[in-house]
Write a protein that binds this ligand. Structure first.
Ligand code: GLN
Length: 488
């Protein structure tokens, strides 16, 4: 291997595998060794499937030897614990799903499998994807590889920490209000949330069905493009997935931004935001300008309602979606109840964690008769206004530049007992889910404490190629700058 396993990207792995420098079995073995040595400290994985992964790796090696190819043939991929992989545990980091083994592959998994991907294990997350720090997992916390006293972000914190710690080449997360982009920003990775309907949700355990999307977390933009190209597309099993052709995302990556107009939404650069985050993002904006982009000030006036709107809609949908976890259909059932109703009560009381219960209660409340119009209906109306805000700025802009989060990673425990503070971590990310547009998080420097900072590139629905293009050109420029700096 010319690149060490912890730095390796998927496109480098494919090149090494194709040239015969390494076998998939060696790759998976090296990765498992890395996980063994590092994961006791990081806690990125909830469960590993080493034997099956090695078996699949050997099969990929045989397939390659017999002349078969695949865009990820023999490349290990880590998967968030909320996406079904046939034969693996899928617990959503919840006690209520302990013991549940998936009887089928999610569509994204089937598509990756068709290209030869190998599945090593399940990454940690906030229970049922509710949270921004991974502290809501019923099993363990995950630590940020950049500073193990800090959270990795959430809810896909395990997927981001695994990639950042070199315990995964690439991973899948899910994003309902920021859960791919925020942990990617906190850990210094690339995280892409596709437009609503771009990627099938079949086999993704539903949190808020009108907001959820699956997407890649990667070490570079090329890998994010590669993975998205595989998992995107219409799926008859998910009626909300849209029949729009899937472009060749990798082929459209160019190292400059000439001819592009990028908007700077003023509502995303608010008073009181962390100055290191603001400065890092503004430096990145200047670099995008140097790369040929025209920068234009824009306004998204309904941004201030994003958190309130998101937490009404997301909790309403969650309260309906989580009704199925009742001790009968899936996972665990509480012992010792004498009648079915008592059994439902005690299963749900024992099985769900505090944050999940808080959201089910909140969601049930906003949907209850008498309050429905005041909360849920109003939130839906504001959602429409926010979508229109984006539509109108995208008439003149190819993409928008903004921070991913108002601060870099916070310390473990810092916000754990303050749900409102935790909810505010989603302030710049939840808007994209509400509007159904796409967004990517790309590292743009570090704080003085060496914590990664992320720039967010937001694009119109089904224009993932635009945000990948911006992220790619910026990333390549950063690499050049780093190269020159290291020679000096
Ligand atoms: N942090 C947000 C929440 O707690 C977003 C979660 C997500 O995107 N799954 O709901």
């Amino acid at each position: 291997m010319t690149t060490s396993i912890d730095k390796m990207t998927a496109h480098e792995a494919i090149a090494e595998l194709n040239s015969g420098n390494v076998s998939s079995e060696e790759l998976v073995t090296a990765l498992l060794k890395k996980i063994e040595s590092r994961d006791a400290e990081i806690g990125a994985y909830i469960s590993l499937d080493a034997d099956a992964a090695l078996q699949d790796a050997r099969q990929a090696d045989r397939a390659r030897a017999s002349g078969k190819s695949g865009r990820l043939l023999g490349v290990p991929v880590a998967v968030k614990d909320i996406i079904n992989v046939n034969g693996q545990a899928c617990n959503c980091a919840s006690k209520i799903l302990e013991g549940y083994i998936s009887p089928y592959d999610a569509t994204v998994i089937r598509m990756l499998r068709n290209e030869g991907a190998v599945f090593v294990g399940r990454t940690n997350m906030d229970e049922f994807a509710m949270g921004s720090s991974c502290e809501n997992s019923a099993f363990k916390i995950t630590r940020n590889p950049a500073n193990t006293n800090c959270v990795p972000g959430g809810s896909s914190g395990g997927s981001a920490a695994a990639v950042a710690a070199g315990e995964a080449i690439v991973s899948l997360g899910s994003d309902t209000g920021g859960s791919i982009r925020q942990p990617a920003a906190f850990c210094g990775c690339i995280g892409l949330k596709p437009s609503y309907g771009r990627v099938s949700r079949y086999g993704l355990v539903a949190f808020a069905s009108s907001l959820d999307q699956i997407g890649p977390i990667a070490k570079d933009v090329e890998d994010a493009a590669l993975l998205l190209g595989i998992i995107a597309g219409h799926d008859p099993m998910d009626s909300s997935s849209v029949k729009v052709p899937v472009p060749d995302y990798t082929a459209s990556l160019k190292p400059n931004l000439r001819g592009m107009t990028l908007g700077l939404p003023k509502e995303y650069f608010v008073d009181g935001m962390n100055s290191e985050v603001r400065d890092a993002v503004m430096r990145a904006v200047a670099q995008c300008e140097n790369l040929g982009a025209t920068i234009s000030d824009v306004s998204l006036p309904h941004t201030e309602y994003a958190i309130a709107t998101y937490y009404v809609i997301a909790t309403a949908e969650a309260s309906a979606n989580l009704a199925r976890f009742d001790g009968v259909r899936y996972g665990k059932r509480a012992e010792g109840s004498n009648d079915p109703v008592e059994m439902y009560y005690s299963t749900r009381a024992q099985g769900f964690g505090e944050e999940v219960k808080r959201r089910i209660i909140l969601g049930t409340y906003v949907l209850s008769s008498g309050y429905y119009d005041a909360y849920y209906l109003s939130a839906q109306k504001v959602r429409t206004l926010m979508r229109r805000d984006f539509q109108s700025v995208f008439e003149n802009c190819d993409a928008l530049l903004a921070p991913v989060t108002p601060t870099a990673a916070f310390r473990i425990g810092e916000k754990a007992n303050d749900p409102l503070q935790m909810y505010l971590a989603d302030i710049f990310t939840a808007t994209a889910n509400l509007a159904g547009i796409c967004g990517i998080s790309v590292p743009c420097g570090n704080t003085s404490d060496e914590l990664p900072i992320g720039m967010q590139v937001l694009g119109p629905a089904f224009k993932e190629e635009s945000i990948l293009q911006v992220a790619y050109a910026y990333e390549q420029e950063q690499k050049q700058v780093a190269k020159v700096a290291s020679k000096q």
